[in-house]
Design a binder for this molecule. Structure first.
Ligand code: SAH
Ligand code: AVI
Length: 334
């Protein structure tokens, strides 16, 4: 991979698989498709500019948003076991964000003395940059190699085993897998399985099906942070596609659908209006009450996860939950 610079600053060990012009081209094509489809829909990866990533971090601290705390509880209990079982030399984290919880794994792998490389991979440039810098400072001697890319497109070019060899552990935490639909998940698992070598492991964090009241609360927090997070995609379109969305003309709508086992997250137009999207040369009409999907957050069962991963030829290794059975962490091998 070619080492490139971000802005004018040469960043050591940062691979950019999605350059700024390619990111905007991808946004342009996905936004055009989504704004012209019925119902309108935008892919959730566009939430995450610097502000969106900061808002997500705020969500993880909300009382209603149990996911991050539950996953951390499992990591605290199982990181030693994961380190001993995987003996990972390289930890690659997809959708790493701030890699807050990943420290638990890094500590266990450091203690097992197997780890020499950490690869935070994310679509959000500031997240990769800041996380790589922070981890480099906290773990002297660890080779930290940030990658900016789209895990739905670039799994095939994930770093190969280091020259010195050693197993890779690919972590995908936080239930970000739930933000993909079933077809996208199947494609992702298949692409990932293809690059997994014997001895490598995949560690998946996935939120579990539970009662509607708790899920509705987790995605409709009293402080309104999720509203700001959801509407952030409109700011991204305004800035990067020269659009003129007015946030105050939309309401945040999120609700768990037990039949489809997912939280459906939308923006609903309060009034009928037309939004210019100059970067796409489009005038986008919204009728009063029209909803545009911005995200799904799928909830899983153990059996459903096993079916999907076994269908992609993964072998189950471990399946853990927190004490309350809210969240799962599972380990898979090639
Ligand atoms: N893993 C962290 C962050 C989860 S938030 C945690 O568990 O708390 C989801 C993260 O995935 C964000 O940092 C976002 O930028 C990243 N992301 C979303 N879609 C992506 C994509 N298609 N490719 C790469 N990163 C993506
Ligand atoms: C990143 N992802 C797993 C979060 C979720 O719970 O689906 C994103 C999120 N959307 C609203 N709140 C949090």
């Amino acid at each position: 991979m070619v080492r490139r610079s971000v802005g004018n600053v040469l960043v050591p060990k940062l691979d950019v698989l999605l350059e700024e012009n390619e990111r905007v081209a991808l946004l342009r094509s996905e936004a055009r498709r989504g704004l012209l489809s019925r119902p309108k829909a935008l892919p959730p990866k566009w939430f995450y500019d610097a502000r969106g990533s900061t808002l997500f971090e705020a969500i993880t601290r909300l009382p209603e948003y149990y996911l991050t705390r539950r996953e951390r509880e499992i990591l605290d209990a199982r990181a030693g076991e994961i380190a001993r079982r995987t003996r990972a030399a390289t930890l690659i984290e997809l959708g790493a964000g701030s890699a807050e919880k990943t420290r638990v794994l890094l500590n266990a792998l450091a203690e097992a003395r197997t780890l020499n490389r950490f690869v935070p991979f994310d679509v959000c440039v500031p997240a990769v940059h800041d996380t790589a810098a922070a981890i480099r400072g906290e773990y002297p001697g660890l080779d930290v190699h940030g990658v900016v890319g789209d895990f739905q497109r670039h799994v095939e070019v994930l770093p190969r085993p280091a020259l010195a060899g050693g197993p890779r552990l690919i972590a995908f935490l936080g239930s970000t897998i739930g933000n993909l639909d079933a077809a996208e998940r199947a494609h992702f698992f298949t692409a990932l399985r293809r690059i997994l070598a014997p001895g490598d492991f995949f560690l998946l964090g996935a939120d579990l099906v539970k009662d509607k009241a708790r899920l509705d609360a987790a995605y409709n927090d009293a402080a309104g942070v999720t509203v700001q997070f959801n509407k952030n995609v409109l700011r991204v379109l305004n800035r990067d596609l020269d659009a003129a969305f007015d946030e105050s003309r939309f309401d945040h709508v999120a609700g768990y659908d037990p039949a489809r086992q997912l939280v459906d997250i939308r923006l609903r137009a309060r009034v009928s209006h037309v939004v210019p999207v100059r970067g796409l040369d489009l005038m986008v009409a919204f009728s009063a009450g029209e909803e545009m999907r911005t995200e799904i957050s799928t909830k899983f069962t153990r059996a459903g996860l096993e079916r999907a991963l076994v269908a992609a030829s993964f072998q189950p290794a471990e399946f853990w939950t927190d004490g309350a059975g809210d969240f799962s962490l599972s380990l898979w091998s090639a």
